[in-house]
Design a protein. Structure first.
Length: 268
């Protein structure tokens, strides 16, 4: 389904009209509170993965959370009657072999297919009398398609998800929203203030916080939005104070000597 006319200028446009979404995925996104393209623009990554330099299997270190990638060799589901046994998936890269273990997720045996390229992110552990493994790592299956450059060989955003949604389509969706809508986002900061603080324009900040070229660019974009939130809060408080200051109060003359004595103790 094509987006409505002039949707690029409307941050209130429904997400279902963005290419690749549609009504069904829009209902899934709604569980995250994402209904409009503006909502998606402001769904900032919870972290990033630097996929420019993946750690080869041979150089993985015990006890560290690391990012690596390999090709699926095969999957070994737990034997029947041993529900607590993990699913083991064997991967291969140019330096050797490595395994991922997933507990209580037997359905993943149908997810991993021989020959798939998979990115793994998790803590490397040493099994008793066994090889190094990752237990319950986060993973992403990498496919070669028109959007492949969004998911590999760059700093990649990792988003909060919900059931029925994975990182790859979420990242593709946000990229399309950034490309089509970020430049139309209203600038909340006065230009003089933004330049004085050396803050990026709002469109550039959205692009950098979602798809940064460097860790420094992501941090600068995040800092701009933190400052914007603080600035708008202060403006709102100032407006409220001004409105309260222009309203006439209602004098109250409480009876009794007690209130008189209390008033005499006040410093004003």
């Amino acid at each position: 389904m094509e987006p409505p006319a002039r949707a690029g200028a409307d941050l209130g446009a429904p997400l279902q009209y963005v290419k690749g979404v549609g009504p069904q995925r829009a209902r899934v996104l709604e569980r995250l509170g994402l209904l409009t393209v503006g909502d998606a623009l402001n769904w900032f990554p919870r972290r990033y993965e630097d996929r420019r330099e993946l750690v080869p299997f041979r150089k993985l270190r015990v006890g560290e959370v690391q990012l690596t990638a390999g090709t699926v060799v095969g999957a070994s589901p737990p034997p029947r009657g041993r529900s607590r046994a993990p699913l083991q998936v064997l991967f291969r890269d140019q330096t050797g072999f490595f395994s991922g273990l997933w507990f209580n997720q037997p359905y993943l045996a149908q997810v991993f297919k021989r020959g798939q390229r998979v990115v793994l992110y998790g803590k490397v552990v040493q099994r008793p009398r066994g090889p190094l493994v990752m237990q319950n790592p986060e993973f992403e299956i990498v496919e070669e398609d028109e959007d492949a450059s969004l998911h590999m060989e760059r700093i990649v955003p990792i988003y909060g998800l919900t059931e029925g949604l994975t990182q790859r389509p979420m990242r593709t969706l946000v990229h399309r929203v950034v490309e089509g809508f970020a430049r139309h986002a209203p600038e909340a900061l006065p230009e003089a203030l933004r330049r004085r603080r050396e803050l990026p324009p709002v469109g550039d900040a959205y692009a950098a916080i979602h798809f940064p070229d460097s860790a420094e660019a992501a941090e600068a974009a995040r800092g701009r939005f933190v400052f914007e939130d603080f600035f708008l809060l202060q403006v709102g408080l100032a407006i409220r104070r001004r409105r309260l200051g222009t309203q006439r109060g209602h004098p109250i003359d409480p009876p009794g000597k007690l209130f008189g004595r209390l008033g005499e103790t006040l410093p004003f």
